[in-house]
Design a protein around this ligand. Sequence first.
Ligand code: B3K
Ligand code: ZN
Length: 884
Amino acid sequence: PQPVRLTDYRPPDWLVDTVDLDVRLHPQATRVVARLGMRPNPLGRPGAPIVLDGDELELKSVALDGAPLAGAGYAATPSSLTILAPPQEPLVLTIETVLDPSANTKLMGLYCSSGTYCTQCEAEGFRRITYFPDRPDVLAVYTTRIEAEREEAPVLLGNGNKVESGDIEGTTRHFAVWHDPWPKPCYLFALVGGKLDRITEPFVTATGKEVELGIYVEPGKAARAGYAMDALKRSMRWDEEVFGCEYDLDVFNIVAVADFNMGAMENKGLNVFNDKYVLASPETATDADYANIEAIIAHEYFHNWTGNRITCRDWFQLCLKEGLTVFRDQEFSSDQRSRPVKRIADVRLLKSHQFAEDAGPLAHPVRPATYREINNFYTATVYEKGAEVVRMLKTLLGEEGFRAGMDLYFDRHDGQAATVEEFLTCFADANGADLSQFALWYAQSGTPQVEVNGHWDAAARSYRLDVRQTQVPTPGQPDKQPMLIPLALGLVGADGRDLPLVPDDGTNAAGSVLVVSRPEQSFVFRDVEARPVPSINRGFSAPVKLTTNLASEDLLFLARHDTDPFNRFEAGQTLALAHLVSASGLAPEKTLAGALAAGGTALVEALIEALGASLEDETLDPAFIAQVLSVPSEGDIAREIGSEVDPDAIHAARRSLRRALGEALRPGLERAYGRHAPDGAYSPDAVSAGRRALRNAALELMASTGEAADIARALAHFETADNMTDRFFALSVLAHHAPAERDAALDAFYQRFRDDPLVIDKWLALQAQIAEPETLERVRELTRHPAFSMGNPNRVRALIGNFAAANQTQFHRPDGAGHLFVADAVLELDRRNPQVAARLLGAFKSWRSLEPTRRGSAERALRRIADGPGLSPDVSDIVARSLG
Ligand code: B3K
Ligand code: ZN
């Protein structure tokens, strides 16, 4: 297909004001009658035909203002319907189509998931239900009548409020009519029909409106929906309190389905969720599952204003709703849990996914300028970097300035399909700010590199920071402009306290946030009596790759004393990373890794000692300590090395650092393990979860020594656990560190949870992650296991997705067998579900940085995919860009 370009945008020629849908559900032949109230768009091309999108549709009939349209009046294919010479006035177009939900393996449009009818329309799935101008700037009011066999689908749900329902006399069928008063783009359309259990709760909004909340799940699973309901109510309250956003319908429904291409979908008043992000019980869900459920329930709910009430003009503006809504859900979780720990977790995710994306062939701006397949742009860059950009706006404008901009955005654009420019203009207008340079964050891809060198001038009693920013070339962007980068700063005195920041006259230092705008720039502070240690980019205020002239002693100091928890954590990580890079056999001169290699074991010992100090510090949050103790990931190390990467060397280096930590810190780890033993029934709250996180981190570090007593401890932990967090953590410790105990433990786990697919996903994922040559064969065998299915995205992601994305040594086996296995899986999946296939293929995104043997085999695997017959647009786009 031809690429779509942002600069080619033009308004639609025809608008749709109302959509009346009549859907008669049938597993193989669902009949859809759509009555579209249309009119020519005054901003469109005069006299234009009506051109509607379709995808694999079977057309039955077309009528114009009630009169059947003869074949000469229109041109139809499965992918488009053109009304050739429509009268240029308001009209009603009636279209009848027939579809086969049970044959819909792409899980886009209307499909059946374990016997439940459901829909997924974003981005371009509505065109698989009826012919329609399938673009987000066509907003209409929808009324949906759904009819089904009462036996087969006693529950019938649509967008908005239910206005009518009943039996169809003399038949076994029944119906429901749903009306959504809020104009919306068709990607927010949804319907559900099935046998479902539900839980409900009332909610009263800030202005006293009563809302009925419902969560629908597979029969028998209602008891596991309670946490999601609790998270929903907290989200609704929080959005009122923090953003002034109130809910706007009489009902809000969530449906959990077992077969879903992504996490969840924010359809107006009817969110549809992957059941993985709804269902939780202490026995089946880990602390991480609970945190994800809370975040995703919030995220989809927050879309009601950022995405639904104000939507996107076109798909290039995707970050307008996604980046902003991720920012909002991050803030929600920060308020509900520990803000520093949430920030650390978010930055880890940003670095591992987004920085990796930005450094490879799939790099693209937060707002792309062109795409071939929009489904491939639901990326870490659009979501996570998009959220960072909003966060920087807040840092630059301050709490109140940010809120003023948001208020103006809601006021000015409610009911509209907006653009990134319009969003930024609200912040500029509300604050009298010039955001033109800031806007480059949306247009330039790649992670900016920022080098900061600090100098203390004893004679002048001043401290100077020389800042240099570099923008590296990325695909399609050889040259770039300098960006506006907010660097939060502290100067830490010898006593560990922050010095007052007194900007020297004549510099543009602005308090505690340095606003960097030029390629090179200096900031000077006066009245600095003694040499401080600068703490730069506090809270990760800008998503940049930072290098400094801090010596390892400075980083050790920050790791013990920085009052900014993020940078306290980050100082330890920077040192650990430098050590791991040099231990992986690469220590270029003049880097911190080089210095560490030269410094020998003394520095590693000092690092371990600093981490040990945090471990013993009872004033610190256990969840924070657990983060401090976690060694940078293999992906982080690979990215730091940058080229000629050898995953085996990285794995070995990381393993030996963890073993060293386990050995050196054993007494402290044992104490932490004892101190945080469970003291009552499981509760998913953040404090309890933090204690488990630290206890489990201690368990794992000790077990990584391989000592018999430590393995025995892990085995006992596994056997006595009363919740999934502890049970699964112990199982993973055994799987990774205790080959002799592994199979029996895995089998015990399987037998216990064999009827619970979401738990079995954990079992599949864990086995796919074992860093041993036998794993590939194990994964191959598991693809034939009755618990596995190529048709279910969760199963595929658990087994094959984890093998490709979370097992660097085995995916990148030097013999190329891992690459080949994933390539063949991509080809097989592509015939069934292109979106899931394309997502899996993303695991090759860093292939160019591998050493030559592995690079060669990755390239062969990619070429094999590229040569595959009848590739989907999804896979051919990713493979072409990966090789490009
Ligand atoms: N908006 C959906 C994602 C749709 C993905 C389509 N391929 C979920 C979310 O971000 O909230
Ligand atoms: Zn979203």
